[in-house]
Design a binder for this molecule. Structure first.
Ligand code: ATP
Length: 202
């Protein structure tokens, strides 16, 4: 199936844009949701994470202590690669299984760290980047999460910058837009993707 990868920095508007594509009937597969399922109690990746990182990342009830694990991988690139090596193949398998069940012209796969990790890039026909000035990302994340500006800036500093993300883009939505401008941009991209998907399958 023709597959569009959607990415962008924290608070750039990935979910907002994905929801608008979904309203047009486009199937959306969100790798963040899959990662959360894989690491929930009983999740398929939990055993491997426990084996790799030990009991210190677990809490009562077979539950992952996400804050402890986040701090570990934030501070240690080798630990981050280890976690990615556990999660990425499993996420990829689920994305592929899900795409195989869909009956649609094209699908959108939300991959927040597409540029940082390169994960799943080879399986995508198109990369759509949600671009947003950093001040706006910081303000939106602060409003939504209650994090302090410094905390949001630390997350931004650990992610790819706008230039690197834009260099990887086939298409860009600049999300400084009003809701009606955003809707118009998405409607235009939807038509383009339908045409590209049709050209691919003919
Ligand atoms: P995360 O990386 O944290 O998952 P995200 O990239 O999915 O975030 P959203 O959750 O879609 O980003 O948007 C972040 C916040 O900004 C939300 O509260 C959303 O309602 C708001 N927002 C997104 N786009 C716009 C816009 N064009 N105008 C005003 N507010 C917006």
């Amino acid at each position: 199936m023709f597959t569009v990868g959607l990415t962008g920095g924290i608070g750039s508007g990935k979910s907002t844009v994905a929801d608008l594509f979904a309203e047009l009937g486009v199937p959306v597969v969100d790798t963040d949701v899959i990662a959360r399922q894989l690491t929930s109690p009983g999740g398929e990746a939990l055993g491997a994470i426990r084996a790799a990182f030990g009991e210190s990342v677990m809490q009562a009830g077979d539950t992952l202590d996400r804050a402890v694990l986040r701090r570990r991988v934030f501070a240690d690139p080798a630990a981050r690669r280890q976690l990615e090596a556990i999660l990425h193949p499993r996420i990829r398998k689920i994305v592929e299984q899900t795409l195989a069940t869909l009956n649609a012209a094209y699908a959108l796969v939300v991959i927040p760290l597409l540029v940082e990790t390169g994960a799943y890039r080879d399986a995508l026909d198109r990369v759509l980047v949600i671009d947003c000035p950093e001040e706006l990302q910081i303000a939106r994340v602060m409003t939504r999460s209650g994090l302090a500006a410094d905390e949001v800036k630390a997350i931004l500093a650990a992610q790819a910058g706008r230039a690197a993300r834009l260099a990887a883009a086939d298409d860009v939505i600049v999300n400084t837009a009003t809701p009606s401008e955003l809707n118009a941009a998405i409607a235009a991209l939807h038509l383009r993707y339908l045409a590209l998907a049709a050209a691919c399958s003919s």
